[in-house]
Write a protein that binds this ligand. Sequence first.
Ligand code: UD1
Ligand code: CA
Length: 421
Amino acid sequence: MQGPVAIILAAGHGKRMKSDKAKVLHEVCGRPMIQYVVEAARGAGAKTIIVVVGYAADQVRNWLAGEPDVLFADQTQQLGTGDAVKSCRHLLEGYSGPAMVLVGDEPLLRPQPLADLLNRQRAEGAACLLGTAILDDPFGFGRILRDSAGRFLRIVEERDCNPEEKLIREVNPSCYVFELPVLWDALDKLDTGNAQGEYYLTDAPQLLQSSGHKVLAQAVLEPNDILGVNARQHLAQANALMQARIQDHWMTEGVTIVDPRNTYIDGRASIGRDTVIFPFTVISGAVAIGARCRVGPFTHLRDGATLDDEVEVGAFVEINRSKLETGVIARHLAYLGDAHVGPFANIGATAVTANFDGSRKSPTTIGAHASVGSGAILVAPVTVGPGATIGAGAVVPKGQDVAEGQTVVGVPARPLGPKAT
Ligand code: UD1
Ligand code: CA
């Protein structure tokens, strides 16, 4: 087993979500929470990642099935976070070294503070290094108790806190680095004498300390990194924070976002420099936008939309699984689905590709410099040749390809004949 190891707890039901879906699969900016945590652990240097699954285990396993460094441990009964870590033991038999323990419901975790935790644990030779954070509103988190000299004493859960302990603002975000195998001995000593009758992982640091091991708690985490999603309200907060982070990233890369609060950009999207995103644009899914494009206002770019450089898409244009090559313009009210649009083609107002016949989706190809008139309907599968012109309101039936340079008009569309003399 290659270390450092990361253990991510994701077996809980997440009752307050009131969902049939595993809590960690709820999405933040288009991606399930667990994905972010796996990436944060990997980014921090974890070589093997063990995800503890239980409630809706198959959903979580399926989602992460393609990740080569991820293993799964089953926690058959959700007896608490301490029991969850214990369920990894058989996978880690013979491993000695650091194990970072994280929870799958904190999607805002970033690699850097976690890498920092791993480094500090190694440098200090600690059996447990607990990353903590100081919050203005610590409600819901376990609190960190220290003695008068500031040394770590123990963690007390919100529900087990007395009124004085509730005032403590230093909290446990569930970002630990434990040294294996000594952690196993501590987990064997856990009991269920607490408000929830569970085996709390939070008791392990104190148990390690009382058996003579070095345990440290250091405030290395930022409040915004540790937002725990326990209810839908937190999911909305996590989305807002993640959205701000995504937009900040693209602005740093040279993208103009005119009105960040009224723009939504999926975490899987990419955007080239000097592109301008106007308000009320929704970019959902894996969308690739080139440089110097103008997107919006009121544009919906969906999964699989690719815009090369200098593309302009405007109000009420929806683009789905389509590629628009350089210089394509679709300024108003258009739908392009399963389409490939060649360079500098112009898509008129209310032109659409009819890509769905009720049972099947079909492709549309529009050649370079073609002009698709206002209100035209291209019934897929169909090809419009380079430089062709589709008259306003024309309906091009499926399979009735329009030749290069040809002009077609009417319903159904037919070539424009020679003018009567
Ligand atoms: C836990 C911590 C608390 C900390 C908080 C925020 C404990 C006892 N408490 O509380 O100190 O401030 O996280 O990070 O650890 N899980 C399992 N199996 C179980 C129970 C939980 O895998 O039997 C998983 C859940 O899926 C979740 C994570 O562990 O991803 C944390 O569980 P949750 O119930 O959200 O704990 P909190 O009450 O938030
Ligand atoms: Ca939680």
